[in-house]
Design a protein around this ligand. Structure first.
Ligand code: FAD
Length: 468
C-alpha cells in the first residue's frame, strides 16, 4: 500500500532529541511526523541512561545489604538474581516508553514505525510494515543518534564479546568480566558488576580512566575503584581477543610497551559511540559533515547546510548526552518556527553513575588553567558532612571554581553521594551569573549533602565553617 502524508516538521529518530523536539513542535502548533524504526525513547531510554541506572540501583541496594553490619542490621544469605534485576530494568523502561507514546499521541504527533530515508529537502520516504509512505514536509530534523564504536581487532566478533546493549540483557553474571574502555559507560558498568561481586578488569588506552574529569576527581574515583577490587590497566592498547578451549576470552594488550594478557568469561566493548547517519539518504541532499566532530555539521541554530534541514543529538556528535540532545531539539524547533534561539554549550552538567557518583558543570580546573583564568578553588570533603556520614557514604568532595575578578561561580565538580542531583544547584548558579557571596548568603537545609556546596563556597570566602 502506498500512502502520501504532509507535515510542517518531519523528525527522523525518536530518542531524547527527536521525541522532545516532536512534543515541543506540536505544543507550538506545528503539524509533526516522527519516524522511529525501533522504540521511542531511543538509546537513552531503551539501551542507555535509564536501563543502566535501574541496574545501578539494584547494585547499590545489594552493596548496602552486603554492608548490613555497618547499619546495625542482619541480612544473611543475600544473593543476586540477575534475571529479576533485568526484569525490573525492563519494566521501568516499558513504563517510560509507554509514557512517551502516550504523550506523543496526546500532543497529536503522528508516529510512524519504520526506517526513514530522505529523498530530497522536502520529502522523506518510510517503509513501514506493508506500507510505503512518502511524507512531503516543509522541514526535516535528523535525530538518528549514535551506535557503539568497535575497534578493528581480531576477535571482536566472538560471541562472548558484547556491547552495552547486550550487557543490559545478561541474565547470568559472568565470574570474570573484562571491559575495554574506561570512559563513562565502561566505568559505570565496572562499578555495577563489581558491586554484584564480579571480578572486573578495565583496559583503557589513555593514561587514566574518566579523563573528562579533573585530576583530583579522577584520582579519587580510581582509588575507590581499586579499593573495591576493580583492576585498572591504563595506557594499555588491546591487540586481540581469542577464545580459549574452555570457552573463555583471552584479551591481549600492551601496557606501556609490555605485552600482557588477561582471561575473562565476557568482554564488554565500551570504546565510545559514533554518529549514526548511514542509509538515511544524506547523499540525496549533499549534507555536509563536520571534520572535527565527524557528525552532521550544524550551526548554533542546529541548522545543517541545507536551510530547512536541522540535525540534533548524538548524530551531530557535539556532546553525547541525552539532555543536550533534548535541548538541541527545542532550539531546532524554535528556529524552524521563527523563534530565534542559539544553542549555548557553556553550562552543561554531566552526570556519571559510578559509585560514588560524579557530576560536573561549567569550566573545569584543567581548562581554567589552560585558558589562564584567574580562579580560586573551594573544596569541601563529604567526610565532614553529617548527612553523608549518616548515609554511610563519606567518600569524595565538592569543588567550586570561582572567577576571582568577578566573584562569579564558573565551574564545579562533585564526587560523592547524590552528586548527580546536587550538580543542579551549581548549574543554576553558573547559568545565572551568581557569585560565591550569593550562594554563601543562601540558607541550605540541614542535614543535607547540599550543605557541602555551601561549605565549598565558604572555602573561597574566608574558609569553610566545618572544615579547616
Ligand atoms: P538516540 O537516543 O540514539 O536516538 C536515535 C533514534 O533514532 C533511535 O531510537 C533509532 O532507532 C532511531 N533511528 C536511527 N535511524 C533511523 C532511521 N533511519 N529511521 C527511523 N529511526 C531511526 N546520556 C546521559 O545524558 N546520561 C546518561 O546517564 C547516559 N547513559 C548512557 C548509558 C549508555 C550505556 C549509553 C549507550 C548511552 C548513555 N547516554 C547517557 C547517552 C545518551 O543515551 C545519548 O546521548 C542520547 O540517547 C542521544 O539522543 P539522540 O536522540 O541523539 O539519539
Amino acid at each position: 500500500e502506498k500512502l502520501k502524508l504532509q507535515s510542517d516538521i518531519t523528525i527522523i529518530g525518536g530518542g531524547p532529541g527527536g521525541y522532545v523536539a516532536a512534543i515541543q513542535a506540536a505544543k507550538l502548533g506545528a503539524k509533526v511526523i516522527l519516524i522511529e524504526k525501533d522504540k521511542v525513547g531511543g538509546t537513552c531510554l531503551n539501551y542507555g541512561c535509564i536501563p543502566t541506572k535501574a541496574i545501578v540501583r539494584s547494585s547499590e541496594v545489594y552493596r548496602d545489604l552486603k554492608n548490613h553490619n555497618e547499619y546495625g542490621l542482619h541480612a544473611d544469605n543475600i544473593s543476586v538474581d540477575m534475571k529479576k534485576v533485568i526484569e525490573r530494568k525492563s519494566n521501568i523502561v516499558d513504563q517510560l516508553v509507554n509514557g512517551i507514546e502516550y504523550l506523543l499521541d496526546k500532543n497529536n504527533v503522528k508516529v510512524i514505525k519504520g526506517t526513514g530515508k530522505i529523498l530530497d529537502a522536502n520529502s522523506v520516504f518510510v517503509k513501514s510494515n506493508k506500507q510505503e509512505i512518502t511524507v512531503t514536509t516543509k522541514n526535516i530534523i535528523i535525530a538518528t543518534g549514535s551506535k557503539t564504536s568497535m575497534i578493528p581487532i581480531k576477535g571482536i566478533d566472538l560471541d562472548n564479546v558484547i556491547t552495552s546493549k547486550e550487557a543490559l540483557e545478561l541474565n547470568d553474571l559472568p565470574d570474570k568480566l573484562i571491559i575495554v574502555g574506561g570512559g563513562i559507560i565502561g566505568m559505570e558498568f565496572a562499578f555495577i558488576y563489581s558491586s554484584f561481586g564480579v571480578d572486573v578488569s578495565v583496559v583503557e588506552f589513555l593514561e587514566n580512566t574518566l579523563l573528562a574529569c579533573d585530576k583530583d576527581v579522577c584520582d579519587e574515583i580510581n582509588s575507590i575503584a581499586k579499593d573495591s577490587g576493580i583492576k585498572l590497566y591504563t595506557s594499555s592498547k588491546v591487540e586481540s581477543i581469542i577464545k580459549s578451549e574452555d570457552g573463555k576470552c583471552i584479551v591481549s594488550f600492551t601496557e606501556n610497551n609490555t605485552s600482557k594478557f588477561i582471561t575473562g568469561d565476557k568482554v564488554l566493548m565500551a570504546v565510545g559511540r559514533q554518529p549514526s547517519y548511514k542509509n538515511i539518504g544524506l547523499e540525496n541532499i549533499d549534507i555536509k559533515l563536520d571534520s572535527k566532530t565527524r557528525g552532521i555539521k550544524v550551526n548554533n541554530k542546529m541548522q545543517t547546510n541545507i536551510p530547512n534541514i536541522y540535525a540534533i543529538g548524538d548524530v551531530t556528535n557535539i556532546i553525547q548526552l541525552a539532555h543536550v540532545a533534548s535541548h538541541q531539539g527545542i532550539v531546532a524547533v524554535k528556529n524552524i518556527l521563527g523563534i530565534e534561539t542559539d544553542m549555548d554549550y557553556t553550562v552543561i552538567p554531566s552526570a556519571i553513575f559510578t559509585n560514588p557518583e560524579i557530576a560536573m558543570v561549567g569550566v573545569s580546573e584543567r581548562t581554567a588553567q589552560e585558558d589562564g583564568l584567574d580562579i580560586e578553588i573551594g573544596k569541601f570533603p563529604f567526610a565532614a558532612n553529617g548527612k553523608a556520614l549518616t548515609l554511610g557514604e563519606s567518600n569524595g568532595f565538592v569543588k567550586i571554581i570561582k572567577e576571582k575578578p568577578t566573584g562569579k561561580i564558573i565551574g564545579g565538580s562533585i564526587i560523592g553521594p547524590h552528586a548527580t542531583d546536587l550538580i543542579a544547584e551549581i548549574t543554576l548558579a553558573i547559568k545565572n551569573g551568581l557569585t560565591t557571596k550569593d550562594v554563601m548568603e543562601t540558607i541550605h537545609a540541614h542535614p543535607t549533602t547540599a550543605e557541602s556546596i555551601h561549605e565549598a563556597v565558604l572555602a573561597t570566602e574566608g574558609g569553610a565553617l566545618h572544615f579547616s
